[in-house]
Ligand binder design. Structure first.
Ligand code: IVH
Length: 701
């Protein structure tokens, strides 16, 4: 920075010019830091800018700008952390609700590993803490970074905040820790600390927290570290990732090691060997639940042997070797005030119960889903009735039953869309079954569907545009400047063309946030294949299916060429077979893609959108493996591992596992009893190998 005039020496005109310069410089620095992950200033330089701004404002309060950087900090709390990419995804857990689900889980593991009945499978069992997960990176025993879960791939860097927790060691104790490791666990607030915090908040005239989980999340994600420091947060360590060296053979030993290294681990974690013991542990913890120091929402079982965990691997976002056994949902009784209709992005009409607000398990509920008209008929529910509602975890609350009928008239589902007035019908499928959902037939002309599609396009699991949430999408849509996905990238021009004032003059925007939004949009001009496909909101093509297509085709161009060819060639064509030949892809997804491509409006939209964004190629899972990118088919009996395990291993190494043999197949692994697939492979002159050849190829012989 050039020699600056001392604040005391500034004339009012100089001060005004200086405040303008500082507002811009700070907004630019914020954008570089928060949106582009590329800080342009050192922390010290940035602080100096802010301090100078503050000093000038203190001397010339009348010159304080509307977009003053001093005003923005508080308003944007929680929005201002740097992104932190996890070295291995932070996973979630599959849920079990019944004893049978748990027995199925254990049986699945045996089947996958091909274990004989007499082989004991030990599990660890521990409470499932209702907090928020945190990943702590340690290098040479020193805490380097703390990151929240975020979307599982990328979270927020909350290192400074995490350092204030006494349960999180800044330096690992003892010995035997790998040079680098990510320790994962749960940040939570004890019930007693939560109650005391709310008393203090209330006394200070501030908003209280709904439950300990919200209080923990709100306390950790504070831009002002001093606030976090003053909050009684705790941490249990229960998992890890990216260890540079092995340090244990079982889950139980691993968590024991965490305790030696200075972490707090859950004293209620035990090791058990039978499904019966697992279930009695569940009953025991459920009985203790109310008296525990912290909120829990179930118990977690994990396969104890780490070599087995390794072999079991993951399915989409959850490990095969662990499961959360959830406690029954919490319930409450309240009055049904009315039934509203929500129109979804695929046109489905969902009846939503408007309720007299009621607290269910620590959260105030005022809406609950009624699913569809058959469900309403089954419940026999109508406005005015007293109903029982249930809330379980993060799922949408549901109406369970009528407790006491009121005087209201019977409610009927409308047969037109409440938004666009088009007919709303229940489709009949090929087998003559009626869809339980009524759908608006307005398609592209229905504004509700259009808005929902746009919301989906920018949502976290799709384009994930910071600052462009549901509220903003609805606003831009209403103003007519955002009608189709491509308009997002033409927002500025569309606003100008509509004769509207520039965004920075709109209520609720201001120069800094307008600039921030535009740069967040620009940051998404390059987008990952799976996010882009998921964002299109095609029926049956959600997050998991989109990732499967991305991993299989790698490039958007080759994928869409196959969709186009399938649309032209129809069901049964080679391109169609290529789509449904991908492991895990069903006919419904293939047909929905073809129908999408067959609609001229969609083709135009896609072409316009691709003018604005570049869809990045998917990077194969493990590029250094000899089978990365290869299409493989398993046929016949495998002798060293189960079919499921073989497929999972191949996918983990970046291979594409297909269900049928075609000219595009690279390797066919044929075991005893292989029949028509082997014959076809030989006829096509493909590489055919035995299970042992395959294991040798992937270095596991
Ligand atoms: S293990 C790969 N253990 O539950 C293993 N998770 O519903 C992943 N959670 O994201 C997690 N208590 O935030 C594990 N004892 C426990 C847990 C636990 C709470 C959370 C965790 C996870 C979520 C999944």
């Amino acid at each position: 920075m050039s020699a600056e005039k001392p604040v005391e020496a500034l004339t009012p005109a100089e001060a005004a010019a200086e405040l303008e310069r500082l507002a811009r410089a700070i907004a630019d620095a914020d954008a570089a830091y928060y949106q582009n992950d590329a800080p342009e200033l050192t922390d010290a330089d940035y602080d100096a800018l802010r301090q100078r701004n503050l000093a000038i404002e203190a001397r010339f309060p009348e010159l304080k700008r509307e977009d003053s950087p001093t005003e923005r900090v508080g308003a944007e709390a929680g929005d201002g952390f740097a992104k932190a990419r996890h070295s291995a995804p932070m996973l979630s857990l599959d849920n079990a609700f019944t004893d049978e689900d748990v027995a199925d889980f254990a049986a699945r593991i045996r089947r996958f590993l091909g274990l004989p009945a007499e082989e004991v499978v030990a599990f660890t069992a521990e409470p499932k803490i209702d907090g928020l997960s945190l990943s702590l990176t340690y290098e040479k025993g020193k805490l380097m970074r703390a990151a929240t879960r975020g979307d599982g791939q990328t979270g927020e860097d909350v290192t400074k905040n995490a350092r204030t927790l006494k349960d999180i060691p800044a330096k690992l104790k003892g010995s035997g820790w790998p040079d680098s490791i990510e320790i994962r666990g749960e940040v939570y607030m004890a019930k007693s600390d939560f109650a005391a915090l709310n008393v203090r908040e209330e006394a200070a005239g501030r908003k209280t927290f709904a439950n300990p989980r919200n209080a923990a999340a709100g306390s950790l994600r504070q831009l002002d570290v001093e606030i976090t420091k003053a909050r009684p947060l705790r941490f249990f360590a229960y998992a890890w990732a990216a260890a540079s060296a092995p340090f244990a053979e079982t889950q139980f030993e691993a968590v024991g090691a965490f305790a030696d290294w200075g972490f707090v681990t859950n004293p209620r974690m035990i090791r058990i060997e039978t499904v019966e013991e697992v279930l009695s542990y569940y009953t025991e913890i459920e009985a203790e639940r109310a008296g525990l120091e912290y909120d829990i929402d179930g118990v977690v079982y994990k396969v104890d042997r780490l070599d087995w965990q390794q072999r079991l691997g993951f399915v989409s976002r959850a490990p095969r070797w662990a499961i959360a056994h959830k406690f029954p949902a919490e319930k409450a009784v309240t009055r049904l005030l009315g039934i509203d209709i929500q129109v979804g992005r695929t046109g489905s009409l969902t009846p939503v119960a408007r309720l007299e607000p009621v607290t269910v398990g620590g959260v105030v509920v005022s809406n609950a889903t009624l699913h569809n008209e058959d469900e309403i008929a089954r419940l026999g529910v109508k406005p005015g009735d007293r109903v029982e509602v249930q809330r379980a975890g993060d799922v949408i609350p549901q109406v369970l039953r009528v407790v006491e009928a009121g005087q209201g008239p019977v409610w009927t589902m409308p047969d037109t869309c409440p938004v666009c007035g088009s007919a709303a019908v229940r489709e009949i499928d090929d087998a003559g079954r009626e869809d339980v959902r009524r759908r608006c037939t307005g398609g592209l002309i229905c504004p509700a569907q259009a808005v929902e599609r746009l919301k989906h396009f920018v949502s976290r699991k799709a384009l994930d545009i910071d600052g462009l949430g549901e509220k903003q999408v609805a606003l831009f849509f209403e103003k007519g400047v955002l009608k189709a996905p491509q308009d997002i990238f033409r927002l500025k021009t569309n606003i100008e063309a509509a004769g509207l004032p520039p965004l920075e003059e709109w209520e609720g925007f201001g120069a800094a946030s307008a600039k921030k939004l535009y740069s967040a949009i620009d940051a998404r001009r390059k987008v990952a294949f799976a996010r882009f496909l998921n964002g299109l909101g095609i029926r049956y093509v959600g997050q998991t299916t989109s990732s499967q297509f991305a991993r299989s085709f790698l490039s958007w161009q080759s994928f869409w060429a196959a969709v186009r060819a399938a649309e032209e060639g129809g069901v049964g064509s080679e391109a169609y077979n290529e789509l449904i030949g991908i492991d895990g892809i069903g006919q419904a997804a293939a047909r929905a893609l073809m129908a999408f491509e067959g609609e001229p409006h969609n083709r135009e939209m896609l072409a316009a959108l691709l003018q604005e964004v570049e869809v990045e190629d998917e990077v194969p899972a493990a590029t250094d493996s000899p089978v990365a990118g290869k299409t493989v088919v398993f046929t016949g009996t495998l002798e060293k591992m189960t079919r499921d395990e073989a497929k999972a291993r191949a996918s983990a190494l970046g291979a594409k596992v297909a269900g049928s043999v075609s000219a595009k197949t690279d390797i066919v692994i044929a075991g005893p009893g292989a029949g028509s697939k082997l014959a076809k492979a030989e006829q096509l002159g493909l590489t055919v190998m035995t299970e042992d050849d395959w294991l040798a190829l992937i270095g596991e012989a």
